[in-house]
Design a protein around this ligand. Structure first.
Ligand code: AMP
Ligand code: GLY
Length: 420
């Protein structure tokens, strides 16, 4: 089979890497890809017509969508309307991520555990509501804002300033046309992932991301500086509870409402003193969580994807390694603020040659002279796998010692919550 992966980050490199291990994949393309992915195709994920043309011209049998933006824009509906096989949720199902207001209202009407909230399109109404609150709140732009549309204000003045900047100054553009004011929950977080075929969900190991830029969770929020799986904070009985109270009702609810969910469902959970609560849904694999989940997957990813697209996940035995994986993001100095690009990267082959180490590319590009250059904020994801999380981390960090680019920055404490 010929497969096209849409996207350009570490998640998509990991998807391509895992799909390439399938005996049934004869050729693999990545659009637009990065310096580490095979067969780059210079088309953006939102250019549906160009993607379809490429698929037709090259006899692609299956397209796999990595990021949320093309999903929320309806790439799956567009391909399906043209009779092309594609893996991911429809635009209606992807509203779980594309509209936080939709997701919260859906959870409320389906009785899925989440914190309290109110939604607003009018600034004055939002401010009045805010002024009446006595407990801490969280303010969110409803639409897609590349992970930046969530503000946790410390004071009422900060909360009002956040409302102002989202609703009046349109800091996140149309993503802030609707705003949520949420109850602020407390507790550790865990990410829960499931392969879904519209009716059946098959859970993956849990993972934990590290969103802050610096050690001990200090500094600004990022797209994610590292991850590990499985997360010991979520033992099997708790995962079973989340499956029963969140994943299954979400699938059943979407199917009942006419938009069955196909693809990867990602529930960002907070384990509060009152029990697990959904913070948010994502309609795709996490980045960098994919870079720890797929190295643990023993089964053929192509089989899973085909059965997911065809509604045949029930009864499939999906096998996971009885091991742990950790990934450390090597970022450009300055990220998530402004940073330089075009720095030469060295030492990758030495790093990747180590036992239990896989290096996924994110923001890299191959220069004409064959040098590998930095081309983004998150540059590389160094994944270690081992019988224990300690071993996985030690392999990742040993590999990092071999890698160099100017102003390389990474967290030295990935996994600390699981080790303390
Ligand atoms: P999100 O993009 O919605 O996952 O939010 C990003 C981060 O903000 C989450 O990982 C949490 O750490 C935090 N967060 C989001 N919503 C809430 C909430 N209602 N209460 C407390 N923290 C939250
Ligand atoms: N790592 C967080 C996300 O993929 O949304």
């Amino acid at each position: 089979m010929k497969v096209l992966v849409i996207g350009s980050g570490g998640r998509e490199h990991a998807l391509a890497w895992k799909l390439a291990q399938s005996k049934r994949v004869s050729q693999l393309f990545v659009a637009p890809g990065n310096g580490g992915t095979p067969n780059r195709v210079n088309i953006e994920g939102t250019d549906f017509a160009a993607l379809r043309e490429f698929v037709a011209a090259n006899g692609i049998d299956l397209t796999v969508v990595g990021p949320e933006v093309p999903l929320a824009a309806g790439v799956v509906d567009d391909f399906a309307a043209h009779g092309l096989k594609i893996w991911g949720p429809s635009q209606a199902a992807a509203r779980l991520e594309g509209s936080k207001a939709f997701a919260k209202e859906f959870m409320r009407r389906r009785g899925i555990p989440t914190g309290g909230f109110a939604t607003f399109t009018d600034f004055d109404a939002a401010r009045d509501y805010l002024l009446a609150q006595t407990e801490p709140v969280v303010i969110k732009a409803s639409g897609l804002a590349a992970g930046k549309g969530v503000i946790l204000p410390d004071t009422a003045a900060q909360a009002e300033a956040a409302l102002r900047s989202i609703m009046l100054n349109r800091e996140f553009g149309a993503a802030g046309d609707e705003v949520l004011i949420e109850e602020r929950l407390t507790g550790p977080e865990v990410s829960v992932f499931a392969f879904c075929d519209g009716r059946t969900a098959q859970l993956m190991p849990t993972a934990q991301d590290h969103k802050r830029a610096f050690d001990r969770d200090e500094g600004p929020n990022t797209g994610g500086m590292g991850a590990y799986a499985p997360a010991p904070i979520c033992p099997p009985d708790l995962l079973a509870e989340i499956d029963e109270t969140v994943i299954q009702p979400t699938l059943a609810g979407l199917a009942a409402e006419g938009s069955p969910y196909v693809g990867v469902l990602y529930a960002g959970m907070m384990l509060t003193p009152a029990g697990p609560r959904v913070l948010e849904f994502n309609c795709r694999f996490g980045d960098p969580e994919t870079q720890v989940l797929l190295p643990l997957l023993n089964s053929d990813l192509l089989d899973i994807i085909e059965r997911s697209v065809e509604g045949r996940l029930a009864g499939l035995e999906i096998e996971w390694a009885d091991a742990a994986a950790a990934t450390v993001v090597l970022a450009s100095g300055g990220y998530p603020g402004s940073y330089a690009k075009g720095k030469t990267i060295t030492g990758l082959n030495e790093a990747a040659a180590l036992d239990g180490v896989t290096v996924f590319h994110a923001g890299t590009t191959l220069a004409d002279d064959g040098r590998l250059l930095t081309a983004g904020g998150r540059v590389l994801n160094v994944t270690g796998i081992g019988p224990s999380l300690q071993m996985a981390l030690s392999r990742a960090y040993t590999a990092i010692e071999r890698i160099h680019f100017e102003q390389m920055h990474f967290r030295t404490d990935i996994g600390w919550r699981a080790l303390d």
